[in-house]
Design a protein around this ligand. Structure first.
Ligand SMILES: NC(=O)c1ccc[n+]([C@@H]2O[C@H](COP(=O)([O-])OP(=O)(O)OC[C@H]3O[C@@H](n4cnc5c(N)ncnc54)[C@H](O)[C@@H]3O)[C@@H](O)[C@H]2O)c1
Length: 417
């Protein structure tokens, strides 16, 4: 039996909990340590309950540097707030310098950073860590590992594109009723709203669906971005006051909003293969103002003689509770659940359905084998660039070249920017 890959977590909140759940279905991994300034009690309890803690237990450490310096941590998953990416990776770099055995890998949650400059700093630090230790970087985009998308892409490209030609339009949308933690509603911390929080998933998933299986990501180059953003719900009453009451303190989204709705159309140029020079499109939308049973989470991939349709909210399992059944408010049926009565979908295994199992299996195996995983940090940088190009397009009302200088220097919602 292979020695398990011992993982350390930075951050112990909502997404770290999802990763713990998923690790139950991943072989040869265990959780060895965690650093979370907001506390890790729930994380430690869950790791023990789910049976994913290492035999030596899960140590709660007091810094990201100490986590990276810990010689019984082989790989690190970054699951902290968006504004901490640069400080965290630089702390990991310092910790790596104190290790006896090299670190094998660092996986970072989406978004890779709040803007292009920060994403470049994160990539540069990862490059230095790789040069010094050999550790590889992975960008945690779970949608690329969702079984429905992976299977749909494989069948459509093999049977459809193989006969009739490549797909030319991908649509992806991810919409829900708004995030759970207060910091997401502070644009200066999160770096933006629904656009930064959710369109990172949709853009990367759409790009990946349009990319021929086995072809490198550089085989599609984004050349034009047209976007718009809006505040449709949460700046208006009674919702602005509801948000204030929910989080207390000085949060005032109505006075300091980013956006609760965004959409982008991206033109991609095929760079290699028989279709080199052709243009294909992605259309994506993200929202924090969708109220349905749970998430609205849809994908389409369209070509000349075929179509792929995926509705992630249709799991094939539903329950019904009459008005006499009044349970407590929760998220125990589906993520971002909005009701406890009536006809409700259930996801039998959300960690697998959304791709967390698949991504953690792929990344832990790559790290253990010393291989570079895909997607890596460069993918996160490209996605960040496209998010910034969408902001620029929305603010200037024009189609934007994602590689123009103004995209690279944009720091939306940065008080110092
Ligand atoms: N892949 C997905 O679908 C998905 C879903 C949710 C969140 N995320 C991403 O995961 C990250 C965390 O989101 P969440 O929903 O778990 O948030 P959360 O509010 O539930 O947890 C945030 C965590 O960050 C930690 N933290 C805060 N400041 C820190 C610092 N300076 N150094 C280290 N840790 C710090 C807190 O202790 C806390 O454990 C975000 O970047 C978010 O975008 C990804």
């Amino acid at each position: 039996m292979a020695a398990p890959l011992r993982i350390g977590f930075v951050g112990a909140g909502f997404i770290a909990g999802f990763h713990l759940e998923s690790l139950q279905a991943v072989r040869d991994v265990e959780v060895r340590a965690v650093f979370s300034p907001g506390g890790a009690a729930g994380f430690l309890e869950a790791a023990a309950r789910l049976g994913v803690a290492s035999a030596a237990g899960v140590e709660a450490l007091d810094s990201a540097e100490a986590l990276a310096a810990h010689d019984e941590v082989d790989a690190i998953w970054i699951c902290a707030r968006n504004d901490t990416r640069v400080e965290v990776i630089e702390a990991l770099e310092r910790g790596c310098a104190r290790r006896k055995a090299p670190l094998l890998g660092i996986a970072c949650e989406k978004p890779l950073a709040r803007n292009v400059a920060e994403a470049e700093a994160v990539c540069a630090a990862m490059d230095r860590i790789h040069a010094a230790t050999g550790a590889h970087g992975a960008y945690l985009e779970d949608m690329l590992f969702a079984p429905g998308l992976a299977r749909g892409k494989e069948v459509l490209w093999r049977r459809g594109a193989g006969v009739a030609g490549r797909p030319y339009l991908a649509r992806a949308s991810e919409e829900h009723a708004g995030p759970h933690s207060e910091w997401f509603w502070r644009p200066e911390i999160a770096g933006g709203g629904a656009l930064v929080d959710m369109m990172c998933h949709s853009i990367e998933a759409a790009r990946w669906l349009l990319t021929e299986p086995g072809a490198p990501r550089a085989s599609l180059r984004p050349i034009a971005v047209s976007g718009s953003v809006a505040n449709l719900k949460w700046v208006h009453e009674p919702y602005a006051s509801q948000l204030k009451a929910r989080f207390g303190g000085d949060l005032d989204w109505a006075a300091n909003p980013s956006e609760d709705f965004a959409r982008a159309t991206i033109t991609w140029r095929v760079e290699s293969g028989p279709d080199a020079g052709r243009e294909v499109l992605s259309e994506t939308s993200s929202s924090w103002c969708y109220v349905g049973a749970g998430l609205r989470h849809e994908f389409q991939l369209l070509g000349p003689e075929y179509a792929l349709d995926i509705d992630m909210s249709r799991t094939g399992v539903e329950v019904f509770f009459s008005r006499a059944v009044q349970g407590s408010v929760g998220e125990d049926l589906v993520e971002k659940q909005n009701a406890e009565q009536g006809l409700m979908p259930i996801s039998p295994d959300e960690a697998a359905h959304y791709g967390y199992v698949g991504e953690n299996r792929a990344f832990s195996r790559a790290f253990a084998a010393g291989r570079s995983p895909e997607p890596g940090f460069a993918a996160g940088l490209e996605v960040t660039r496209l998010l910034m190009a969408t902001y620029l397009s929305a603010s200037e009302g024009r189609v934007v070249d994602p590689f123009e200088a103004a995209v690279g220097s944009l720091r939306p919602f940065d008080p110092a920017g």
